[in-house]
Design a binder for this molecule. Structure first.
Ligand SMILES: [Ca+2]
Ligand SMILES: [Ca+2]
Ligand SMILES: [Ca+2]
Length: 750
């Protein structure tokens, strides 16, 4: 790709002091923190586990200054209920992680007050457990900090908070999917000398970023936003150089590429494009307006730093190709890139990570041998004439102003040849003997997709080899009622992927979700059944809600309040309900607590729920609203949805303000996703078994000629031995009876 090199030089910076510090942090470092040294010359520290803290953890590795941090593990570092604080003079070399790299999830990363830090190839995904007024990454009062090829998402307030920082570069990063309550990109106040280039800002409602600062912002793409880049609109002056960026509207698209600017904002805008037609092609037009900012005729910053300025269209290609922790992109960044490259067709603001399947897992991989533990693998040291038996990480043997370990970590900072398995596979029956498999192809250069089938979940046989672009297939001539397992792998010219997750058909017993069969216009509770009351909405008490949410089971909390849980647990009686016919409707009683749905006359307001549970029963009606097809139900057919109304109190209906608790009224007539429910039955006998009638034990001995072939728990995990299952609980048996018929059924060990 053609690159135009523009060297902007001023007399101001032509001093000996400046010229002596021209060694880039790494090849390709640009902007105000281009010359950070990080942990150069310091101790090499290995991250050896995915723990949130303690010896061998990332949190521990960055807790002391003057370090270069390398990774012997790949995967998700779950820091829920805690945080990671980064000290000064540190290099975090995420590109050294094996497998699918490193994601920090569930808590905050904080580098506030730190100086001289290099962070590369790290994903930081905060999530719903982060304080609602906090951000995934906080860089307040930082100096000389460069982020390169990082991915930062799921911040409740903003994804990033950067106040009063100085000399900062963000480059080739993804800043995406800010979550509720704000869903914003990044907020700054008082930051000076901030370079942001070749970053993708996607699926943030606003603040991409908010520019209450002095900023140099070039070659970025802002995709699917309600508001694009935001002025400082403050009493104090701010200066914003905005060059050769592309603003591309998505499904939530907006013409507001510049918004909330005032005369104290001094906007230099040149070479910026806006594509608002969502037509799947990059065909925008040059932006010529300034919103309400003071229009500047030349850039404020006259930096001596080299700026690799591409056109907006070239920058789009560079970003699509390699932004984020792109050595191996995870499923979430692949989704964001898919949104971007749909050029208007795909994209969404999310409430939180549940809307996109949660954090998921990453392949851990295997680190290369490093006998002397100096961070450089034996093979690499031998190839480069270094000593694999002595720590020579900090020596300058290989020249060019970088220490040996820096040469190694810089050599990794490109895409790897990791081959992705097909992502998010599903299996559904289209009829009794035909299964449809679907998946997402994450490997663009796939030459084939291999489908394998199994009847026991262990021994698989290849049944189909499809074109590399295939994303679904039909498997015919199955035996009706037989449990089948399927898995997939990708083939490329370079080799084969690992296998996808295993999916199955005819495993009804193991499946969460579910619902009332479609077309059941009159709900009639069956004798001997308990019910899960399930909602599939994404967002509670919000007009943008839709049916793509995680299954949420109505439950009775320990304090008697009404709530919801996403935890699918057969043995939790608090999320099971008895539905008893009553005059004019039903009594709905929680099976765990014995408390009934009841109504109060409390007024609306946080903390004053208006539907709860008491010992006094109120009559509710269950009103059919139509059939829906939430894929999370796990069913191949649609399910019936219902409003749950209280006729004795203005016919108000159950409606969540939050899914966790705090339930309020609707109007009695809304059929919106957060106010419609479906029912999944459970056999009372299995939930609360009559011990006399239970199969006594699980073993391999015959029972009327029946042979047990395998035992699963209700999460679908195959137990390694039958002995493992001989404790209280419910299990799935795969059996062969005396006539040779194979079947699966549920048993209870009391
Ligand atoms: Ca277009
Ligand atoms: Ca070594
Ligand atoms: Ca060595």
């Amino acid at each position: 790709m053609k690159k135009t090199i523009i060297a902007l030089t001023t007399l101001l910076l032509l001093t000996t002091q400046t010229l002596s510090a021209q060694q880039p942090a790494f090849p390709g470092a640009e902007g105000f923190a281009a010359n950070a040294t990080g942990g150069r010359g310091g101790k090499v520290v290995h991250v050896t586990n995915l723990n949130a803290s303690g010896a061998g953890s990332l949190a521990d590795a960055v807790s002391q200054p003057n370090r270069i941090v390398v990774f012997d593990v790949g995967g998700v570092i779950d820091i829920t209920n805690t945080s990671i604080t980064i000290k000064s003079n540190i290099t975090i070399a995420g590109q050294t992680a094996p497998g699918q790299g490193i994601t920090i999830y569930g808590g905050r990363v904080i580098a506030s007050n730190s100086k001289n830090v290099i962070i590369r190839y790290i994903r930081m995904r905060g999530g719903k457990s982060v304080d609602q007024k906090k951000c995934t990454l906080t860089l307040d009062n930082c100096d000389n900090v460069i982020l390169d090829h990082c991915s930062i998402s799921w911040g409740p307030w903003d994804n990033v908070h950067i106040a009063n920082a100085n000399n900062i570069t963000w480059q080739h990063c993804i800043i995406s999917e800010g979550i509720e309550p704000q869903r914003f990109g990044a907020i700054t106040d008082g930051t000076r000398n901030w370079t942001v280039h070749h970053c993708l800002w996607a699926d943030n409602k606003s603040r991409n970023p908010k520019m209450k600062c002095y900023i140099q912002y070039y070659n970025n793409v802002v995709y699917n936003y309600a508001m694009g880049i935001i002025g400082g609109h403050s009493a104090a002056d701010n200066y914003q150089d905005v060059m050769n960026n592309y603003f591309i509207a998505g499904p939530n698209g907006s013409y507001k590429y510049f918004d909330d600017w005032t005369s104290t904002d001094h906007l230099y805008s040149k070479g910026n494009y806006y594509d608002g037609n969502t037509d799947g092609s990059l065909n925008g037009t040059l932006i010529t307006d300034y919103n309400s900012a003071t229009a500047m005729q030349k850039p404020y910053f006259q930096s001596s730093a080299t700026v690799n300025l591409e056109t907006a269209a070239e920058a789009y290609q560079t970003i699509a190709d390699q932004c984020g922790a792109s050595r191996v992109r995870d499923s979430h960044d692949l989704r964001i890139i898919d949104h971007l490259t749909s050029l208007g067709k795909r994209g969404a603001f999310i409430a939180n990570e549940n809307d996109v399947g949660g954090i998921g897992t990453l392949a851990g991989g295997t680190p290369p041998a490093d006998t002397d533990r100096d961070g450089m693998p034996d093979d690499w040291e031998k190839q480069n004439g270094l000593d694999p038996a002595s720590n020579d990480a900090a020596a300058y043997t290989l020249g060019e102003g970088y220490t040996n370990i820096e040469h190694y970590i810089n050599s990794l900072a490109t895409k790897s040849y990791y081959i992705f398995a097909p992502q998010a596979p599903t299996a559904t029956l289209t009829n009794a003997t035909t299964a449809r498999l679907t998946w997402t192809n994450a490997q663009k250069d796939a030459t084939a997709i291999v489908v394998e089938q199994s009847e026991d979940g262990e021994q698989f046989t290849e049944i189909q080899r499809l074109a590399g672009k295939a994303t679904n297939t039909l498997v015919r001539d199955l035996t009706a009622g037989q449990l089948y397992f399927f898995r997939l792998k990708t083939v490329t010219a370079d080799g084969e992927s690992d296998y996808s997750t295993v999916v199955a058909v005819n495993d009804e017993f193991m499946r969460p979700g579910g619902g009332t069969p479609a077309g059941t216009t009159t709900f009639t509770p069956a004798e001997g059944q308990l019910y899960r009351i399930i909602n599939y909405a994404t967002v509670p008490y919000n007009s943008s809600t839709n049916l793509n949410g995680t299954p949420k089971y109505l439950c009775c909390n320990s304090n008697g309040s009404l709530g919801t849980t996403e935890q699918y647990t057969w043995n939790d009686h608090a999320l099971l309900w008895e539905i008893q016919p009553a005059e004019g409707g039903f009594y709905i009683r929680n099976y765990g607590t014995g408390l009934y749905f009841t109504s109060t006359n409390g007024t609306t307001g946080a903390g004053s729920d208006r539907i709860g549970t008491t010992k006094e029963a109120s009559v509710y009606t269950i009103n059919y609203t139509g059939d829906q097809s939430p894929s999370q139900s796990g069913l191949s057919t649609p399910v019936s949805m219902y409003r749950i109304n209280c006729p004795s109190n203005n016919n108000y209906q159950i409606r969540a303000r939050h899914f966790e608790n705090d339930w309020i009224w609707g109007s009695g007539t809304f059929d919106r996703a957060d106010m419609v429910f479906t029912f999944s039955s459970a056999d009372r006998q299995l939930v609360d078994p009559d011990v006399e009638g239970i199969i006594p034990a699980l073993d391999n001995s015959s029972n009327d000629g029946e042979q047990v072939r395998a035992v699963y728990d209700l999460s679908g995990r195959k137990l390694s031995s039958h002995q493992e299952s001989v404790k209280k609980g419910i299990y799935i048996l795969q059996t062969t009876d005396a006539a040779g018929n194979q079947q699966a059924r549920k048993v209870v060990i009391p």
